[in-house]
Design a protein around this ligand. Structure first.
Ligand code: PLP
Length: 487
């Protein structure tokens, strides 16, 4: 298929007969509760029903094709329809679909995947513990940390440090660790007694008059002060995404990740890199911590790209130092943690096939070259009137729209600027994720150069159409020139 079909309405094997498509929409409204639902609007609006995928594209029930700028949800790294992964899943399901993961029992894919991940992970990270996704990976990491600190005789080390705009998951503990203001729902009760948050390292929103390196100093000082105020003897761990994802693809200032890691080492605080998004190729490395930021965390959590989303799987990798303490603990205590589907053989077989495919296709080298090109093309959107900031790295990007670029004044939430851009891009055949005033971009890593050019053109057109719509509604006080690519 050539690129001119991106926005086309092609009828293909993924299209549903109209009567069935309508019935799916009815059943969706009546019975299917989506993730993060707004119950009333879910009742009133039709979902986009995605019926198939191929490479970097997905198809809806009418057979329309879209470039998938979300990569599913930051996860379909190797793209859709990869036979190697599908075959591995089918083969393992026939051989052994499931077995009990508790002590004294093992299955071959879980063992082999642990060995493989340990070989890819930095430094002395050699021990893998599985969960069912990223939330449960971080949740288990908290429990492993509590267990470790207690077993080594430091049970008071219980505080978990995180950051404003962090996202670590949707269990009660990990949601409590998260720092996205809109997610602190007044209707829910969060864990508050052992969590402290420090500032978000967002250079675009740094205090007026501060240089980026002064901002970095400020953040490091703030972390040090927080540690000293709480008392290092009370702090268990610091959780950090190397680049914050759902908080708005925030790339911390140069040196921030390294310096905060150093600080944690200085004060005997475990450093947890949440690489649920950044691992498995998104930034051009299997793990970004060491190769991109020069840090060797005590624990790395992962999920998503480990199977390219073909199966639900997550986990954490912890260090020999932690392992040694646990092995030599007296008296031997059981670590109370585990899930029926920990180390699920079919999910682990999918991960093994996915990683083999990544290596065979040298996806990290592809991301390093084509991801850099993608980043450049996205940054070119910065000349548009409502684009305040284009940020990110490689195939992990975000466009933040603002009402006034000189003051960085945001559009109010009632404008829904991210939604408007997403609506226009969807109509043009490109899916990007709206998040308030931002649009989050995380396509499959396999994008070719011509697909990247299509992506950039469609994104530009979607923003130009949004500017025209805002100008027409009086929400944006400027004379908009057309600027559509006509492509
Ligand atoms: C950085 C990070 N950590 C954890 C999670 C939670 O992962 P999951 O949704 O698989 O539970 C996410 C999900 O987007 C994430 O982005």
């Amino acid at each position: 298929m050539d690129s001119s079909e991106v926005a086309g309405r092609s009828h293909n094997r993924f299209a549903l007969p109209e009567i069935e498509a309508d019935d799916v929409l009815r059943a969706d409204r009546d019975h299917y509760t989506h993730a993060w639902p707004t119950f009333r609007s879910a009742k009133e609006t039709n979902s986009l029903v995605v019926t198939g995928g191929e490479g970097a594209y997905v198809y809806d029930s009418a057979g329309r094709r879209y470039l998938d700028g979300m990569g599913g949800l930051w996860c379909v790294n190797m793209g859709y329809g990869r036979d190697e992964i599908c075959d591995a899943i089918a083969e393992q399901a026939r051989k052994l679909p499931y077995y009990n993961p508790t002590d004294g029992l093992a299955n071959v894919p879980a063992v082999r995947l642990s060995e493989k991940i340990a070989s890819l992970a930095p430094g002395e990270l050699n021990h893998v513990l599985y969960s069912c996704g990223g939330s449960t990976a971080n949740d288990s990491a908290v429990r492993l940390i509590q267990f470790y600190q207690s077993v080594r005789g430091k049970p008071d080390k219980r505080f978990i440090l995180t950051r404003v705009r962090a996202y670590h998951g949707s269990t009660i503990m990990t949601a409590s660790m998260g720092g996205n203001p809109p997610e602190r729902s007044p209707h829910l009760r969060f864990v508050t007694d052992i969590i402290r948050q420090v500032s978000c390292p967002n250079p675009y929103r740094r205090p007026e008059g501060m240089s980026e390196s002064e901002f970095c100093d400020f953040l490091v000082d703030e972390l040090r002060t927080t540690i000293l105020d709480l008392g290092t003897e009370n702090i268990a761990a610091f959780f950090a995404e190397p680049i914050l994802g759902s908080g708005g693809v925030i790339v911390p200032p140069d040196g921030y990740n390294y310096r905060t890691w150093q600080l944690c080492k200085e004060y005997d605080i475990l450093y947890v890199a949440d690489e649920v998004i950044t691992a498995f190729g998104r930034l051009g490395y299997m793990f970004a911590s060491k190769e991109m930021f020069g840090i060797e965390p005590d624990i790395i959590t992962f999920a998503k790209g480990v199977t390219s989303g073909y199966q639900p799987l997550g986990g954490l990798i912890f260090s020999d130092s932690i392992h040694n303490v646990l092995v030599n603990a007296e008296p031997q205590a059981t670590f109370i943690n585990g899930y029926t589907y920990s180390g699920h053989p079919v999910a682990c077989a999918a991960a093994l096939a996915n990683i083999a495919l990544m290596e065979r296709e040298n996806i990290c080298a592809h991301v390093q070259s084509e991801g850099s090109y993608f980043e450049r093309k996205m940054r070119e959107l910065g000349d548009l009137e409502i684009v305040g900031d284009v940020r990110g790295s490689h195939f992990m990007m975000c466009v933040e729209s603002v009402k006034d670029r000189s003051t960085k004044e945001s559009f109010g939430p009632s404008v829904g600027v991210g939604d408007i851009i997403a609506r226009h891009s969807g109509e043009l055949g490109l899916i990007v994720r709206p998040l308030g005033t931002m649009n989050i971009i995380s396509p499959p890593l396999i994008l070719s150069r011509s697909q990247i050019d299509d992506f950039a053109r469609l994104m530009r057109d979607a923003i130009v159409l949004t500017q025209q719509e805002l100008a027409a509604s009086g929400d944006f006080d400027i004379n908009i020139v057309d600027g559509l690519s006509g492509g």
